[in-house]
Design a protein around this ligand. Structure first.
Ligand code: ATP
Ligand code: MG
Length: 348
């Protein structure tokens, strides 16, 4: 069966790394179809919204989506219609899990000198995210001038779903331990519910040991000894912050891949944002989105194509000459992509 993917290039370095990723996916999987549609500022200019309804429908109809980064975190907001496309897709396609591996490469130095191989499993639909939090009404408001309130939503259902995803992944990886991140000593009701639910799921995985860690202690331990972490399960915002930390500890955001998935849909997305400082220069590291696309193909039942991409990315990173500047090299986005394409052709 032909796989039909949708690529959404996005803003900043998005178009450059999305083009590279599509070329790599085409090389690794014969016959794959990749449709392209605009989101972000390009869509805002053409259609008055950063994510048109038509694009949401295309994403729903596709087997999988390759999502480029979008600039959405300007404050104050730059324009009306500036919805966060990534948040909209997560909600519309019910992508409850964000799987964020952080794995160092033997040839790429890490800031602590430790090899890192962990996966942050981040809840993706609720928590402290005002744009997708509440069924009705704003999740942030000012009851009186000078006082702003934010609501954080934690449900048993979503906590169970992310815990199931985390422990199932741990079992597939052969992990001996899972870390659960919380602040239930302060957020007794919300993080208490999350923690109780994870404990309940953990009972079905007696071979796996569970470490319950406060978010602040976990951040310190990540830096002190990242090797003690394997699968890390966290609510939305803790998971967002810890996964950036983990990726830097593993060698940099330029290699940080992720997959968003629910029961019916999956979206490949780099962990980083649109890096406007690098946009248009042809120097962005495409590894993050290429690695994300490999995760997507694996999820869609194409493990051979996924492995072909992962191995080619690994091989390209071995040679300093084919590394981008964020990794201390001098290669352009295109040169690193060409190296990956060459490794794929050699392996086929
Ligand atoms: P946004 O507002 O879209 O989140 P940002 O300015 O926060 O963008 P990020 O993309 O989140 O930037 O990443 C922070 C910095 O990390 C970038 O400014 C860039 O220097 C570096 N970086 C991120 N992604 C890459 C990449 N793929 N290749 C090289 N450097 C990167
Ligand atoms: Mg950012």
């Amino acid at each position: 069966m032909t796989l039909r993917l949708l690529a959404l290039p996005g803003d900043g370095i998005g178009p450059e790394i999305t083009e590279a990723t599509c070329a790599v996916v085409r090389a690794a999987l014969n016959g794959v179809q990749i449709d392209v549609a605009q989101i972000g500022f390009a869509a805002l200019e053409a259609a008055g919204t950063t994510i048109p309804e038509k694009v949401i429908a295309k994403a729903r109809a596709a087997d999988g989506v390759i999502l480029g980064p979008v600039s959405h975190n300007a404050y104050p907001p730059v324009a009306d219609g500036g919805l966060n496309p990534s948040g909209v897709l997560r909600k519309q396609l019910a992508l409850f899990a964000n799987i964020r591996p952080a794995r160092s490469h033997p040839a790429v130095p890490t800031p602590t000198g430790h090899a890192v191989d962990m996966v942050v499993v981040r809840e993706n639909l609720e928590g402290f995210y005002a744009d997708r939090n509440m069924e009705s009404g704003p999740a942030e408001f000012m009851p009186v001038p000078g006082v702003a309130l934010s609501m954080r939503r934690i449900t048993e259902a979503n906590s169970r779903a992310i815990a199931e995803a985390g422990y199932a992944l741990a079992r597939r990886r052969g992990s001996r331990r899972v870390a659960v991140i919380h602040k239930a000593n302060v957020l007794r009701l919300s993080d208490g519910l999350f923690l109780d639910t994870v404990r309940d799921v953990a009972r079905n995985y007696p071979e796996i040991e569970t470490d319950e860690l406060l978010i602040d202690a976990a951040a310190a331990l990540f830096v002190r000894d990242p090797t003690r972490f394997d699968v890390v399960i966290a609510t939305n915002m803790y998971g967002d912050i810890l996964s950036d930390l983990a990726s830097e500890l593993a060698g940099g955001l330029g290699l940080a891949a992720s997959l968003n998935h629910g029961a019916d849909h999956a979206v490949a997305q780099a962990q980083h944002g649109s890096a406007p400082d690098l946009a248009g220069q042809g120097v962005a590291n495409p590894g993050s989105l290429i690695g994300s696309a490999a995760m997507l193909l694996d999820h869609l039942g194409q493990p051979d194509a996924a492995a072909l991409i992962q191995n080619a990315l690994f091989a390209a990173l071995c040679a300093p000459a084919t590394r981008t500047p964020d990794l201390g090299g001098a290669a352009s986005t295109a040169a690193m992509t060409d190296a990956i394409l060459t490794h794929i052709e050699q392996a086929k």
